[in-house]
Design a protein around this ligand. Sequence first.
Ligand SMILES: Cc1ncc(COP(=O)(O)O)c(C=O)c1O
Length: 443
Amino acid sequence: MTENSEIELLEKNKKSIAGGVVSINRATNPTKVFAKAKGAYLWDINGNKYIDYHAAFSPYFLGHNFEPVENAVIDAIKSGQSLMGAGTTTWEGELAELVKECVPNIEKLQITNTGSEATYFALRIARAHTQRDEIIIMQGGYNGWHNDVCYNLMDPADSMQDYTPGNEHSLRPFSAGMPKCQNDLVHAVEYNDIEAITKLLNTKNIAAIILEPILQNIGIVKPQNDFLQKLRSACDSTGTLLIFDEVKTGFRHALGGYQSIAKVKPDLSTFGKAIANGYPLGIIGGKEKYMSYFHHEDSSKKVLIAGTYNAHPIPVAAAIATLKFLKANEKEVYEKVESLGALIEEKLNQLFLSFDHHANTARQGSAFVTYFMDHLPTCWTDIAKNHNFDLDTKYRQLLIEENIFQFPTPTKQGSISFAHTEEDILETISKTDTVLQKLKDKI
Ligand SMILES: Cc1ncc(COP(=O)(O)O)c(C=O)c1O
């Protein structure tokens, strides 16, 4: 339950922070102010404990304040590691080698602070290499906040009435302040719509297709009918770069990213979130022939990559410790989260069935979401037209009242971590039962 002290703190912060909360998309209804986190749990400023499935938009794959990662950070500070900002460092080299060992498709990489920076640089390389300017993004995909990709995220069904399958969408910027000329460079298509993509590749000057290999910013929307394989072939035949944005899927589903599960090799990949278990770090990596644009000998072809804090020793220490732990415990970690994921999926589906609800839980490994519709979606339009958004919001709000924290925005993915236990999942199911009793008449 939201308590007065949480609302008071938000009001106080509104006096100094624009909107009262840093990164406005973190604002919650009900207002929540968390003060402490450990493993699978959060505590709010009133001391109430929650089972956390938000994981701060999913980086905490090993759980909050995971000791091996925290110790590595403390050791890095104590040993005198600092932001040198001159020359290479032992720690950036160690992290690069580890990432390459995990993701064999990566021949060379660079390190950034965030996923958005990584996707930005990936598109710059694609444009430098192809000498083309336009790109294709997915309706309902999220690849960061920058102008290149900040379009068509969660558009309501009534704003998409001019859309027909097999074609691109009208562009809808996700932010004010974006230059109109940017609209000439971006095409938004539905995920899984290979026909729309092929048309664009054959008629426009497309430098790259960038996509989350599973759409995970609108729940879990998976590739159908070899969609990713078809993208690979379509890119090959048109000289277009295929960029997998694995910021959310990477290291959460497998050490080698979702690309290792799908067995599709993108030209460039971006990673973030789970790679450093909660610390700010992004990776752009891929084939050497593309990554070498960052140090091209012809200065007119050289792609700028810069950033004062890139490969800062603290997030790098966190990423090294995270990857070392995942490598050393690969089987145990991925088997555990898979079995917890399977348990929550099975129990949620059983529970909703017993209440006769049109609801379906979608899942990939430790990531899950319940859609209030009678089938699992194949793209955003499907969700926009069929999902019961009001009910989803109410469901999440009632779960928070029961101390189960899933982000209270419809379709946001739930994230199980290695720190969660079977008891946590069963307690979640029991609380969900209570919530469904309360919602009974509304469905
Ligand atoms: C798939 C995907 N790509 C890119 C980003 C941007 O990453 P960051 O928030 O670290 O800039 C996100 C963030 O949610 C994401 O989910």
